[in-house]
Design a protein around this ligand. Structure first.
Ligand SMILES: Nc1ncnc2c1ncn2[C@@H]1O[C@H](COP(=O)(O)OP(=O)(O)O)[C@@H](O)[C@H]1O
Ligand SMILES: [Mg+2]
Length: 348
């Protein structure tokens, strides 16, 4: 197993990825984890871009800031005083920019959008929407502070990249393969020409070691299964899996229910009755049965989580754990999760 406490490789790669794709089964905490990761990666004097692509305004909810638009804007500070910039990438806007760039359409693009033609084009042509969104990330990843664009794989220049890290709150595992393998899924009408060329460049970035795909899971059967399947799929398509991030880990205390079991693993009503009596509580048999039932369930849950954790570790990726925060998710909670990531080696 790759160990997460090896600070140099919490992501499991040899180099240092700059684009972090965060995916996982829906509802496991992708948006929350992506935000925490961006905070942990925004080093002193650095900028991290936190980008969503499904127009859900998840980032603004998690960080409690005004809804994000298509313009990159500061949303919070990183752990070391760096800056986290938010972006809700929208295919429509990207298409207008794109038409402007390649077809010198100028304001006609806006007109097309008003007419609904953009929605039409991005809905009708499978893959084109993903290329447009991927294109925004690609552009942001190459942009330098001086506003120029580096060639992919170009040697370090004096003008540093605008973003030291880019964290993508990606589509869920069910859709992410399609999103990341942009070239394969392009509609027929975009198999040649500038859209194709754009897709190839994006694909090159996504398949390079500069990109790590992290998987968020819960210690539950379905998310763990989806994580295993996703790892197989990612590796099969030449993408670089990063860490498996186990979210919402509860501090389950197994000792208490364990103490109530007899040697054969069955709950022992007498032990519980005696224990309660020792603190002056004398419950009836029904209460004792109820308590034992609750204890048994807690123990079953604990055993299941242990088994799933073992399964996760056997996947051969670095494993990071984040606690379940009962107070719910807001800016303070994200900060706590970011520190938890930092404690496990996630650093700029
Ligand atoms: N570590 C955590 N502790 C407590 N609640 C969490 C944690 N992570 C996520 N949540 C909650 O779980 C739900 C799903 O999280 P979210 O980040 O929106 O997931 P996704 O983007 O995968 O759909 C939200 O209600 C969020 O507040
Ligand atoms: Mg989300």
């Amino acid at each position: 197993m790759v160990r997460a406490d090896d600070a140099a490789s919490w992501h499991g790669g040899s180099g240092r990825p700059r684009l972090h794709v965060v995916t996982g089964k829906g509802g496991t905490g992708k948006t929350t984890v992506a935000a925490a990761l961006a905070l942990a990666l925004a080093g002193a004097g650095q900028r991290a871009l936190l980008c969503e692509v499904e127009e859900r305004q998840g980032i603004s909810q998690v960080l409690d800031v005004a809804p994000l638009g298509d313009l990159e804007q500061p949303v919070t500070a990183g752990l070391d005083g760096g800056e986290v910039i938010g972006l809700s990438a929208q295919a429509g806007t990207a298409l207008v920019e794109y038409l402007r760039l390649f077809y010198k359409l100028g304001r006609a693009g806006d007109l097309l959008r008003k007419m609904g033609a953009i929605d039409f084009a991005t809905t009708i042509a499978p893959g084109v929407r993903d290329v447009l969104l991927g294109g925004k990330i690609y552009e942001a990843s190459r942009r330098t502070r001086g506003g120029r664009h580096t060639r992919p794989g170009a040697a370090g220049s004096a003008d540093p990249h605008e973003y030291d890290a880019i964290v993508l709150d990606a589509p869920p595992t069910g859709r992410v393969g399609r999103f990341l393998n942009v070239t394969e899924h392009l509609a027929d009408l975009a198999r040649v020409g500038p859209i194709r060329a754009q897709a190839d460049s994006i694909s090159e970035l996504l398949h390079s070691p500069a990109t790590a795909v992290h998987l968020v899971t819960l210690l539950e059967q379905m998310p763990v299964q989806e994580t295993a399947d996703a790892l197989t799929e990612l590796t099969g398509t030449g993408l670089h899996p990063g860490a498996v991030i186990v979210n919402q880990v509860r501090a389950t205390e197994a000792a208490a229910p364990l103490a109530l079991l007899r040697e054969d693993g069955q709950p022992d009503p007498e032990v519980l009755t005696d224990q309660l009596a020792s603190v002056g509580i004398r419950p009836g048999p029904a209460t004792v049965r109820g308590l034992l039932q609750t204890g048994r369930e807690a123990l079953d849950r604990w055993e299941l989580e242990q088994a799933l954790h073992t399964e996760v570790e056997a996947m051969g990726r670095p494993v990071l754990s984040l606690p379940h925060l009962p107070e719910g998710i807001g800016p303070d909670a994200v900060l706590r999760l970011a520190w938890a990531l930092r404690d496990q080696g996630v650093a700029p």
